[in-house]
Write a protein that binds this ligand. Sequence first.
Ligand SMILES: [Fe+2]
Length: 449
Amino acid sequence: MGNLPYRSYVVFVGGFAAAALWTLDWPAVFTLSQADLFGLCILTILGLMSESLALTIVVGQNVSNSSITFILILASALIFGPSITVLFTATTGAVAEFGIRRKPPSKALFNVAQYIVATASAGIAFNAAGGSAGVGAATGPFVHFFVRQIFPFLTYAAVLFSVNLAAVSLWIALRQGLAFGPILTRWAGPAGTNVLYDLLVSPIAVAVAILYEELYVGGLLLSVLPLLFIRHSYFTNLRLQEANRDLLYMMVKAIETRDPYTSGHSRRVALMARRMGDVMGLPGKTVESIETAALLHDIGKIDVEYVEIIRKPSQLSDAERRVIQSHSSRGADLIRSLSSFRSEVVSAVRHHHERYDGSGYPEGLRGKQIPLGARIIMVCDAVDAMMSDRPYRLALSLAQIQEELYAGKGAQFDPDVVSGLLASDLLDRHLEEVAPEKVGSGVAVGVGL
Ligand SMILES: [Fe+2]
């Protein structure tokens, strides 16, 4: 299966892995003391536990696994040396690929070969940097400790991560006939959070190795089991949060499919709100919260109670208006109960219909009492409504939108947000970019907001 470059690459990795096993420092393996052999068995069991608790990461159509096994690989290199670590990785990898993840044999074999290539390359670099097994040399002046232990260790870690990332990216690129560069960047993106995380927590491996030297197997259990537990709870929680967020985003889509005139509305408002935050020079976290709130601002309308009212072509009665106005607080309650979004997100959703002059809802807040996110969403929401066709009017032109914004300064809109928007070319760019998405019904019978 696969094209010639792909097949050649698989053969090359397989050949490299076989050569690495062939040229392994076997005397070091056979002269391993019984005590260390037992320690290695415990480390392998811990490695398998880690693999079975691994988090699955999906990047496009490819799937990867994230676990703390790399800490055990690094600790193994420090405790037993790079040769035995190649065997440790090959064994753990083979059981994980064939037994735990039950990958197809060809894929599993390639992955094991790739693990061997990465650890063998890291071992070559470790030896070249003057590294040696055991952390016993960790005595004397710090300079000696650094040169003998830390520098080879860092070299080992850097080569391990780089070869692993490059090997996986090249495999995907060749298999799917894509360019290597973008795949590497893309893979390093979502998995990149992990690469960075992996590099930052690598020094934990030194602690694991020292604890092994001091407390033997007890040291391994004492250091690795809590790590496994923390990692597992963290990711379980993360998955739950992600599942809840996906659910919310699906709900946004569901609401918008009810009404073709609002199709894509929340996504466009979110895009514009993020750009508005950037234009105003807000901190990254704040912009992120505003963008999320903008995407979810009308989530409260998921309730079936709103369906008929939203579709109603005629004027709303006072009672119906009151019902529709409850969607902002309903939405805030919903996202508060479903996920742990930052409080800024919840309050921006709750107050996105507050008007600057205090005549909005649900609380009639005025001026800067209204959360900044809500003030930005109010403007972006209105702009998106103005730039879209409605059954009763066509979309407004750029000049008309600018005019409406100007007229609403201090009444409906925060003057600072409007001034920031009008002083930038954001509105111009945004309109140009999202214009092709507009509904364009051509059934306009008048112009109005
Ligand atoms: Fe709304």
